[in-house]
Write a protein that binds this ligand. Sequence first.
Ligand code: BGC
Length: 715
Amino acid sequence: MFINGFFDYNQVSYGEKYRGYPDNDQVINRLFDPRYIRIKVEDEDSAVDHFQVVNVDKNLDMQTGLVHELFSITTPENRNFNLVVESFASLSKQNVYGVKYAIIPTNFEGDIELIKLHDYVNQSTHQQSEDVRVNQDVGQMQLDFIPDNGQPSYLVTTFRSQQGIILTYQADQATDSNPEIDYFEDDNHHYGYHSKYHAKPGSQKEFEFLFSIGDIHPLVNARMYADQYLASLDNYIRNTSFNSELMASAQVWQTFWLHSDVKIDGDPVIQSCIRFNLFELNQSAGRDEFTSIPAKGLTGNGYGGQFFWDTEIFMLPFFVYTEPTIAKKLLMYRYHTLQMAKEQASDFGLEKGAMYAWRTINGYEASAYWLAGMAQFHINADIAFAVEQYYTITNDEDFLKKDGFEIILETARFWMQYGNFAQVNGKRHFVINRVTGPDEYSALVDNNYYTNVMAQFNLRLAAKYAEKFGDTDIPVQLNVTGEEIAEMKEAADLMYLPYDQEKNVKLQFQNFEQLPKMSISSIDQSRFPLLLHYHPLMLYRAQVNKQADTIMVDYMFPQGNTQDQLKADYDFYEPITTHDSSLSKAIYAIVAARIDRDQQAYDFFSQAVKTDLIDLHHNTKNGIHAGSLGAAWSGIVYGFAGIVNNADHFSLEPHLPDAWNCVKFRLQLHHCELLFTIYQDQVEVELMSGKGMALSVYNKKIKVTPEDPKQICQY
Ligand code: BGC
């Protein structure tokens, strides 16, 4: 069980610790598994004897969020029973988790005792792994029982981050036909539930439990107000039941699917995969403005459970277009951590601006390997880009004014501080040297194309909105001067973008053409991902990409490129890309679709969308790849449906895979909800709510209005 935002620090030990290296890593806490149960059969005890457990079936119902598991269990004395475990994390009441057990003896009659007692959190403090992406240390927590509450209740606190949460769970005794469940205290003063009954073969008895998990508090408050916090959790779960919570949660899932489902006709495997992806994304998103989406969702502690650019660039588009209220909360997380980003810029030695952490939970930098970490300054522009994307799609003026503009301005200020004007090939340019771009197989380069394009966009946004809000008191509040804005505009106009004129390709960074090409096809499959088998410098000195880098630019800023340019970039970068990062394939799929490489687009996409279901990277045990889940949605919407969106224009340029008869999805745009049904040669657009809007399909303009809500357009 992971709770978004509940983390602990680990001190990072460096061989040589230079100034500004973060003292601490942050890692999401792994709490006990709420599905855990102890079962005694006659004199045999699952906590002591070796019960053989076979997982016969495991099923996730994505309509309701219910996980159904069937285990066949045999005791050492050959007593056999089936155990059905059903569990769900509620979406309607986010601190509620339900678990229900059914026990069915198959070959014996006798006494069964069920004991539900959790008396430890996270026993292991160190996990062994050769994979650098797995945190070696985990959080250190303490679990204290809160006595005499009538149901097992805990205060769980962390040693180093000094957080505390209160947890409680109740047995639901709604049905008379099931055995009584009693609250009890054991010899160690640990509290739990137990139930003892006489069972006959084939009889089925059920036991239901509801957990209520409180908010995260500073440790002192959690201790001081434990009773108060606990009372409000109690009040809620004492008046509800497993079934009513499941129903309420299922209703939220229904609404989710109504607005966010993607229906594919003609490709059933991809259909289930994309639904699984959307399910996981929706379930992982922080909704309290103080949490984001960990790179591994809430399914594992790979990458420490930290937030990266994955949220803003790979996952947020899905939320912006289908659940804008959640998108806003995710952006508000960045707003609430802006102060820390400013502090970090100042500690770093910059006079102005904000420096967002490359990886973090609480807002402060947690990357110990700064070359492939903190130096990925593009995170600042990624966040500004996401603010703009949210604003252009939702027109949420209030957010832009109060919060979004400040993020855009402070990140733009960072570029003016970190970059500088300089002469390049006899011409004045704005350069941004010593940065790491998205591709982690190169580090600390000069003028990374992606970073510079994003910084340029960031600076132009700051200038645009400083002018837009020129007549308000915002510029004064944020100390914006005309001179500062003029300088930002000049930097954007003179931004240096390295280009290979001969090959007609964008250069990943300045002098990239001088590096030798790494021949990926001659490397044995067992040596991938390369990061686990090569010294980083062996990768940095060669033309080899872990993931889409320059190709990200062609994905995010397609306008202004000819098809020939896009093809040249693709043909240059694809052969040197290993796709060792799960963020890569879906992006290649989108660009491949745009340049009519239909088969490659489909192949890349279908691998991306299955990433976790087929364990493509052999590390799903450390958690799902949330960025890849979101990128797969983008693969459909930006790639196959071919949406192109900017502030004043929305169009579709579909390239549907041959196997698909049609794809159907809804998007929310400018306060309208539109249902798109895209066939091989025609697009149907239907206005589901809102005042209507104009858009185009390739070059044909169409308009949907409440009076004329449906348009069909051949392409
Ligand atoms: C990728 C990064 C990504 C991180 C977390 C790394 O492997 O190179 O781009 O942000 O994983 O998903």
